[in-house]
Design a protein around this ligand. Sequence first.
Ligand code: AHM
Ligand code: MG
Length: 361
Amino acid sequence: MRQSPDAGIKAQIAQSRMSRFLGILCQRMIVTVQQHILEQQEDKFPAARGNFSSLLSGMTLATKMIQAKIRRAGLVDILGSAGATNVQGETQQKLDVYANQAVLHCLGARESVAFLVSEENEQPVTIDRSAGGKYIVVFDPLDGSSNIDVNVSVGTIFSILRRPEETPGETAVLQAGWKQVAAGYVVYGSSTIFVYTAGQGVFGFTLEPEIGAFVLTFANMKMPAQGNTYSVNEANADTFPESYRTYLGHLRSRGYGSRYIGSLVADFHRTLLKGGVFLYPPTKKNPNGKLRLLYEANPLAFIAEQAGGYATSGTTRIMDIEPLTIHERTPFIIGSRTEVAEFDRIHNAAAANSFTESATG
Ligand code: AHM
Ligand code: MG
């Protein structure tokens, strides 16, 4: 049978991709995220039946779909607002909607998932599993999406929890961060990078566009014990609590520089690689801070701690906070051990002072 010209061209493209892929394989032994997850699972959880790795591969598939759409933003009609607001009262961008559907679709098909909780949905999406799904996934499908129209990095953040057997319904989702089984994010930047932890260190993978796979590029990532930048929306500084302003002044007096992208994932990724501190303090507009505990603060706190850093709400270790609602917010201070310890010192001294003043006043 004669091949159509189109089929011939497609076959040639596929062959050339395959030989390039084999070329890359020969140059260096690559480790894909799937291989890595399977190896970790075999080492640490020999009795596991592959549910967890299938779940993570659903997540990587969704983020590949999202990155493909982002890379075409501007070429197709996907920029701008979708004309609705989400549960936070924020305008939904078209890409927010697409990213949310991609994650719901890719994870909803995995047998092991019982609940999906998204920044974009007011209530958890319950997946009807007669056999009972083992896991809950909470996620922010497209973090920093207000930056998308101006070509600034955005990301996806996720956290995986075990579904507690004894807790009925949606209250199963309300778990402290220390119970996370795994957490990760993808930053859609100059390259697309997937970073995750399953409690055995932090690993980063870069999407190799030629072969469409995330390959290991950052093994056992460690956050520097100290950096030289802080990251905060300083336009809000007038309404930060006094101790935060004192802390920032202290960092400036020590020669720290300022870096703020306004995309949490991108700001955190820089902090993970270079050290320093990221803060979203309480403000007049957001007295509990702006960032969400379950799908923004907790996953990044887990990664930070696994990499040697730390995260606090100002009063409590982020991963010790018992959530009361799925979309609750928290003040968020995350980064290198040195900077976060210095924040604690200044913040606690201010709290002790105001206690003494009110006791004696
Ligand atoms: P989003 O999840 O709706 O995109 O909002 C969260 C974003 C974070 O990425 C970022 O750290 C923060 O909002 C920036 O807020 P601000 O513009 O107040 O500095
Ligand atoms: Mg967000």
